[in-house]
Design a protein around this ligand. Structure first.
Ligand SMILES: [Zn+2]
Ligand SMILES: [Zn+2]
Length: 333
């Protein structure tokens, strides 16, 4: 399915990089001399890419390319390319930001029908972000995060003690979406939405004001909501979380006192959220963020490299390493 939409590359040079079940253990870390990389880069997209990393402008003849695999929850997830000098010290370019260093990591994934898919958990993006498979994967990621990540668990525990928003939208299958007032001592699990309002009328009409506040405690009609908020409600539902916080709806917009109080608490509101949806691709709230995505834009291209399970010597399968293009969660659904 995805093979035809995104340009892919594979050649004898990048076929020499084998990812093992346990990542690439120290003894299996692969080194390539600067000279070899330059030669291979003439015909290989992968090695050519390593010469365009932020650190590449600082390279000397004696430097080496180091490839390793980092894992998440015990599964190989990223192929990491780093340049090291003759004393094996990492070469770091001065203006290298965290985002820059992400660029030297390639996502590893395998498709369901690939035999490496048994060992490699990440899957390629589906074409539609609204696809049930995409939404199910989000839930799996969140469940894994809550179950396995110590730091995330600790953060989630701490957030239970910080001040929750005054109101949240209650989302439950089979009953209408409604506004709920949250008692001060409580901090339920909720999703926070970060999005661009834009200047559209729909956004204006969706706001909670003194005049519609009481009605909204019974029901918020979805016809009053712009698509970004409707999409966020759908995602919240599929994540199995009961509440979502949306500024325009949970703050009474023409009540100065309420606005001041809630805006002052904004940092806590985002910090206490179980997850924040960043609808970064929509400039107007009417655009929404669930729909068909351009795979070529999300990936930029990928490389095919062999995968080998440690105990099953006979299996030699493939996985894909697309370039990381986006860093926000929902753009990489
Ligand atoms: Zn190649
Ligand atoms: Zn986590």
């Amino acid at each position: 399915m995805f093979d035809s939409k995104v340009s892919q590359h594979s050649c004898e040079h990048c076929q020499s990089i084998t990812i093992h079940e346990t990542g690439i253990p120290d003894k299996l870390k692969v080194h390539f001399s600067f000279f070899d990389v330059k030669e291979m880069a003439k015909s290989c997209t992968f090695f050519n890419w390593t010469l365009r990393l932020p650190t590449a402008s600082l390279l000397r003849r004696t430097d080496k390319l180091l490839l390793s695999v980092s894992d998440e929850d015990g599964n190989p997830c990223y192929l990491v390319a780093s340049w090291i000098d003759k004393d094996d010290k990492y070469i770091i370019s001065q203006d290298e930001t965290q985002e820059e260093s992400m660029k030297s990591m390639l996502h590893i994934f395998a498709s369901d029908d690939n035999c490496a898919g048994k060992y490699i958990k990440p899957r390629p993006f589906t074409e539609s972000t609204a696809d049930p498979t995409s939404l199910r994967r989000c839930k799996e990621q969140l469940d894994r995060c809550m179950l396995l990540h110590k730091e995330c668990k600790e953060m989630s525990r701490k957030s239970q003690t910080t001040a929750a928003p005054a109101r949240l939208l209650y989302i439950s299958k089979g009953s209408p979406v409604r506004l709920c007032e949250i008692p001060e001592a409580e901090c339920p699990k909720y999703v926070a939405l970060s999005y661009c309002w834009g200047k559209n009328e729909h956004q204006k009409n969706s706001q909670t004001i003194k005049a519609n506040f009481k009605d909204r405690l019974q029901e918020v009609e979805s016809s009053q909501l712009p698509k970004t908020i409707v999409d966020a409600i759908e995602v919240t539902q599929s994540l199995g979380l009961p509440y979502i916080w949306v500024d325009a709806l949970c703050i009474i917009q023409d009540d100065q006192e309420d606005r001041q109080k809630e805006i002052a608490n904004m940092a806590n509101i985002y910090r206490s959220a179980t997850i924040t949806i960043v609808a970064a691709c929509a400039e107007e709230s009417t655009e929404g963020f669930l729909g068909v995505r351009k795979l070529a834009e999300a990936y930029g291209g990928w490389f095919r490299v062999p995968y080998r399970a440690t105990n099953v010597k006979a299996i030699m399968a493939t996985c894909y390493c697309p370039r990381i293009r986006s860093t926000t969660f929902f753009r990489s659904l």
